[in-house]
Design a protein around this ligand. Structure first.
Ligand SMILES: [Zn+2]
Length: 287
C-alpha cells in the first residue's frame, strides 16, 4: 500500500528524528497523535526502540503508519539484560527494510540502572552490529561524554547522531569532529545557555531536531506528555538561537535526516506560495 502524502501547503515541514510512538503512553491514541503531527507540519518520524519489545513495536509501526521508520536497539538503562540471543534478535529485526538505524544505544552514568561495564558491553556489540549492517546509530549519552568518545574512536566509519544533545560547546565540537550529527530536543527550550552555545557551533548541515516524545515536552508543555506535534516549538527555538528563518531550519533538518538515515522520502519541497500559481503572464513568458 502506498501511504498518503501528508500535505500542508504553505507551511514548513519537519521530520521528527527520534521519538517513542512505540511507548505505552500513546496506546489507543496513535491515530490522533499522528493526525495532530501532520496538522502541525510534522511530516515523518523515526520511532526508536529501547529494548526488544519496543524495537519490535517500532518496526510494526513503521510497517503500518505513513512516513514512519524504525530504529532498533537496547538502551543503556537496560544493558544488564544484554545477551547474545538478544543481539541475534536485534540483528534479525534490523534487517527489515523500514529499519534505518540502530538505537537508542549509549552510556548513561546519571541513573546507573546498569553498571558502566554492562553498558559498555551492550554498546560495543551494537556499534559492531551497526558497522556490520552499515546502519547509522542513535546515541544516548548522559554524563558519559569522555567514555563515549573513547568507545566511538574504536569504531571509525560508524555514522550517527548524538540524540537529545545535553553537552556543551566542547562536547559538540568533538562529536562534530568525529563526523556525527547533533540532535536538539525540547530540552533546548528550557533555557540552558551552554546548550545554546553548542547549537551555535553546530553547522546547519549536521543539525537534527527531535521530540523524544513522550519525554521532554518543549516550551509551555514542559512537564506534560510530549508528542510529535510539538516539534515546531523546538524548531522555532533553533531558528531563534541561530537567527535564521524557520523554513531554513525545517528544510536543513529534514534533508539531514533524509541523508543520515537514507530515508526513501522525497526531498523537502518549498512551501507552496500563492504567487507561484500558473497565470497568463508567466505562461506567456514560458512560451
Ligand atoms: Zn529516546
Amino acid at each position: 500500500m502506498n501511504p498518503p502524502t501528508p500535505r500542508n501547503p504553505g507551511k514548513p515541514k519537519f521530520f521528527d528524528s527520534h521519538n517513542h510512538l512505540n511507548d505505552p503512553a500513546f496506546e489507543g491514541e496513535l491515530e490522533l497523535v499522528v493526525a495532530r503531527a501532520f496538522e502541525a507540519g510534522v511530516k515523518g518520524f523515526l520511532v526508536v526502540g529501547y529494548n526488544l519489545e519496543s524495537s519490535r513495536r517500532a518496526v510494526e509501526l513503521a510497517e503500518t503508519l505513513p512516513w514512519t521508520f524504525a530504529a532498533v536497539g537496547l538502551h543503556p538503562h537496560e544493558a544488564r539484560v544484554f545477551s547474545d540471543d538478544l543481539l541475534a534478535e536485534l540483528r534479525a529485526l534490523a534487517e527489515h527494510e523500514r529499519v534505518v538505524a540502530i538505537g537508542e544505544i549509549g552510556l548513561d552514568y546519571h541513573y546507573h540502572h546498569s553498571t558502566p561495564e554492562e553498558q559498555k558491553r551492550a554498546l560495543r556489540a551494537q556499534l559492531d552490529l551497526a558497522r556490520e549492517l552499515d546502519l547509522p546509530v542513535s546515541l544516548h549519552i548522559r554524563k558519559a561524554f569522555p567514555d563515549m568518545f573513547e568507545e566511538l574512536a574504536a569504531f571509525p566509519g560508524v555514522a550517527g547522531v548524538f540524540h537529545c544533545f545535553s553537552g556543551g560547546p566542547r562536547e559538540a565540537r568533538q562529536a562534530l569532529e568525529m563526523g556525527f550529527y547533533i540532535s536538539y530536543s525540547g530540552f533546548l527550550t528550557y533555557g540552558s545557555r551552554k546548550l545554546e552555545k553548542a547549537l551555535r557551533q553546530t553547522p546547519l548541515d549536521r543539525l537534527l531536531i527531535e521530540t523524544d516524545a513522550p519525554y521532554l515536552a518543549p516550551g509551555e508543555y514542559k512537564g506534560g506528555r510530549n508528542e510529535p506535534a510539538y516539534l515546531p516549538i523546538t524548531a522555532r527555538k533553533v531558528a531563534e538561537v541561530l537567527e535564521l528563518p524557520l523554513d531554513q531550519v525545517a528544510r536543513a533538518t529534514y534533508e539531514n535526516a533524509r541523508r543520515l538515515f537514507r530515508l526513501p522520502i522525497p526531498p523537502y519541497e518549498e512551501p507552496e506560495e500563492e504567487d507561484l500559481s500558473w497565470n497568463e503572464e508567466n505562461e506567456e513568458e514560458a512560451l
